[in-house]
Design a protein around this ligand. Structure first.
Ligand code: ZN
Length: 124
């Protein structure tokens, strides 16, 4: 069995649901949820509530730390490439890089499609 993760929600333990009540008989406390995986926030939060709590508490700091946008980004031909797929007449999946502006398409292998490090162009 894989290691249990803790929900990163800063107020997870304050929601007094039955499943959060843990401990020995007369010494139970509401605790942060532990699960093998979570559905929210890239596998870090047990609920959208917990994800929102975290963002409300730390979102500004995180944005400032990683760089707050100070001017709008522009979609140009250079950064408009994105991965997508379609089906051909034989019902085979066809993976392509498609340019959101020019609509040009370039073929991709399934491995290239799945490889998050493989990029034709970065979205800037
Ligand atoms: Zn939580």
């Amino acid at each position: 069995m894989s290691e249990l993760k803790l929900c990163q929600g800063s107020r997870c333990h304050t929601y007094n649901t039955k499943d959060r009540l843990k401990g020995i008989k007369d010494n139970k406390t509401y605790q942060t949820r532990r699960r093998s995986s979570f559905y929210y926030g890239n596998n870090n939060f047990c609920s959208l509530n917990c994800q929102n709590d975290w963002f409300n508490d730390f979102g500004d700091k995180a944005i400032n730390h990683f760089g707050r946008l100070t001017e709008p980004k522009h979609l140009t031909e250079d950064n408009a490439w994105y991965k997508t797929y379609d089906w051909n007449s034989n019902d085979d999946t066809v993976y392509v890089y498609r340019n959101g502006i020019t609509k040009e398409e370039r073929p991709l292998t399934k491995a290239q499609y799945d490889d998050t490090n493989y990029t034709l162009n970065e979205r800037g």
